[in-house]
Design a protein. Structure first.
Length: 427
C-alpha cells in the first residue's frame, strides 16, 4: 500500500487518482493551482468525474506543492504529449514532469508513465532526466514502468476500470509490482507486456489504426460525393456483412487519434524509414475540415447565395460529442476555411467553456437561441442537445430559401431535412 503521486490532473490523471484514492493514500499533483483549487471545491470541469465519484476518493488529496509529493513511493505521470506546428512530438510537458519527479525521487521508488509516446521514449528521454535530477541510477536505485492510458473522454460506459490495462516494467520485479498495482483497480484485467517499448508501441498503434480506418471512409466520402452517392447509405449497406468495420467519415481531431500517429512516424523516420500508409491517412484526415467547408461554400454558390455576405451557424466546437475538450478540434479548421471566404460564422456549443474557446482560438461562442438569418446550418458535433433538435428548430435559424444543412455527423434523417427545403450535405 505504497503512497502514490499522480502527476497531472486532466482527463487521464484525475480518474486514475480518484480510483486509487478509494483504497490508497494518493496525492493528485498539478502545476495549475486553479485546477487544484477547483478540485478541492469538489468540481471537475472536464466532467470525467462526478461529485459523488470525487467524494468517494476518501484518501485523495490535491496539491500543487512539491513538498506534498516528496514522500510518495510510486509516481504516475499523466501529462499531455502534443505535437508542434509542424507535427513533431512536443515532449516539453513530459520532460518537465520528469524533472519534477526526479527532484523528489528516492531510493526504491517507481515512476510509471501513462502519456502517449513513441517506442523507446521512456528509456531514451525520461530516464536520463530522472537520473540527472535525482542522482540515482536507473534499475539499481529506482525503476520505471509504462502503462498507457486508454481513457475515452466523455464515455460513461467504457470507463477506466472497465478497459483492460497494458502494464510493463523496466525489470521483472517492477513489472510484477506495477501489474499488481493496476490489477487492484482495473476490473477488466491487465495485459503485462514484455518490455516498456512493447507497451509504448502498443499504445501508439491503437489510435494509428483508428486514424487509418477513418481516413479510408473519408476518402470514400470524397469519391462518393463526386459520384452523387450517399456515403452513409453505402456504409450501411456494406455493414450488413458481419465482418465489415463500422467506421464513419468525419473530422479527426482531439488529443489522441489526430496526434499519436505522428509520434510513430517520428520514430520511424529517426531509424531511417519513411512511413507511407500512416502519413497518407494523416494527410486525408487533416484535409477533411477544409474539404467539408469548401463543399458547403460550393453548395451555397449553386443555390445563389452571396457567400461573402452570408451568415453561417456552426453547432459544436469540441473535438467530440458530449465532452468539453476543445484541444485540437478540427471544427476550428472548418470555421477558418469558411472565414477565408468572408463568411460571417456564429458558433454555439453548450459543452465548451466560452473563456477557454476565446483564449485558445479567439472565437466567441453564442447561445443557440440567438442564431438567425443563416444561409447554412452546420451541425459539426453530435452533442445530445443538438440530437434532440428537430427540423422546425433549424428552420427558425434560417433564411427563407436556399439553405444548406451540413449534417457532418450524419445525425438526422436526410429526407426529412430535404422535405423541409434544406439542401443537405453529409460527409
Amino acid at each position: 500500500m505504497k503512497k502514490i503521486a499522480v502527476i497531472g490532473l486532466g482527463y487521464v490523471g484525475l480518474p486514475l487518482a480518484v480510483e486509487f484514492g478509494k483504497t490508497r493514500h494518493v496525492i493528485g499533483f498539478d502545476i495549475n493551482n486553479a485546477r487544484v483549487e477547483q478540485l478541492k471545491s469538489g468540481e471537475d470541469v472536464t466532467k470525467e468525474c462526478s461529485v459523488d465519484q470525487l467524494n468517494a476518493a476518501k484518501n485523495l488529496k490535491y496539491s500543487s506543492s512539491l513538498d506534498d509529493i516528496r514522500d510518495a513511493q510510486i509516481y504516475i505521470v499523466t501529462v499531455p504529449t502534443p505535437i508542434d506546428f509542424v507535427n513533431r512530438p512536443d515532449l516539453r510537458p513530459l520532460e518537465a514532469a520528469s524533472r519534477t519527479v526526479g527532484g523528489v525521487l528516492n531510493e526504491g521508488d517507481i515512476v510509471i508513465y501513462e502519456s502517449t509516446v513513441f517506442p523507446g521514449a521512456t528509456e531514451e528521454v525520461c530516464v536520463p532526466i530522472l537520473e540527472k535530477e535525482s542522482g540515482l541510477q536507473f534499475n539499481k536505485n529506482f525503476s520505471c514502468g509504462y502503462s498507457p492510458e486508454r481513457i475515452n473522454p466523455g464515455d460513461k460506459v467504457n470507463t477506466l476500470t472497465k478497459i483492460k490495462k497494458i502494464t510493463s516494467g523496466s525489470n521483472a520485479e517492477a513489472a510484477d509490482e506495477i501489474d499488481f498495482l493496476y490489477g487492484s483497480i482495473i476490473t477488466a484485467g491487465t495485459w503485462k507486456a514484455s518490455s516498456l517499448k512493447v507497451a509504448e508501441a502498443a499504445k501508439v498503434i491503437e489510435n494509428s489504426q483508428r486514424d487509418l480506418n477513418i481516413a479510408f471512409v473519408n476518402e470514400l466520402s470524397v469519391i462518393f460525393d463526386r459520384l452523387r452517392i450517399d456515403t452513409l447509405e453505402v456504409l450501411e449497406a456494406a455493414g450488413s456483412k458481419w465482418n465489415f468495420l463500422p467506421f464513419r467519415p468525419g473530422m479527426v481531431g482531439g488529443h489522441c487519434i489526430g496526434v499519436d500517429p505522428y509520434y510513430l512516424t517520428h520514430k520511424a523516420e529517426e531509424v531511417g524509414y519513411h512511413p507511407q500508409v500512416v502519413l497518407a491517412g494523416r494527410r486525408i484526415n487533416d484535409n477533411m475540415a477544409k474539404y467539408a467547408a469548401k463543399s458547403i461554400v460550393k453548395r451555397m454558390v449553386q443555390n445563389g447565395t452571396d457567400v461573402a455576405r452570408s451568415k453561417v451557424g456552426v453547432l459544436g466546437l469540441t473535438f467530440k460529442e458530449n465532452c468539453p475538450d476543445v484541444r485540437n478540434s478540427k471544427v476550428v479548421d472548418f470555421i477558418r476555411e469558411l472565414e477565408s471566404w468572408n463568411v460571417t460564422v456564429s458558433v454555439s456549443d453548450p459543452w465548451a467553456d466560452p473563456d477557454e474557446v476565446m483564449h485558445e482560438y479567439g472565437i466567441k461562442l453564442v447561445d443557440t437561441s440567438l442564431l438567425e438569418g443563416l444561409s447554412a446550418v452546420i451541425v459539426a458535433v453530435g452533442h445530445e442537445e443538438f440530437r434532440e433538435m428537430g427540423v422546425e428548430d433549424f428552420q427558425k435559424f434560417s433564411v427563407a430559401k436556399g439553405v444548406v444543412f451540413g449534417d457532418l455527423k450524419s445525425v438526422y434523417d436526410k429526407q426529412s431535412l430535404r422535405n423541409a427545403g434544406f439542401d443537405v450535405f453529409r460527409l
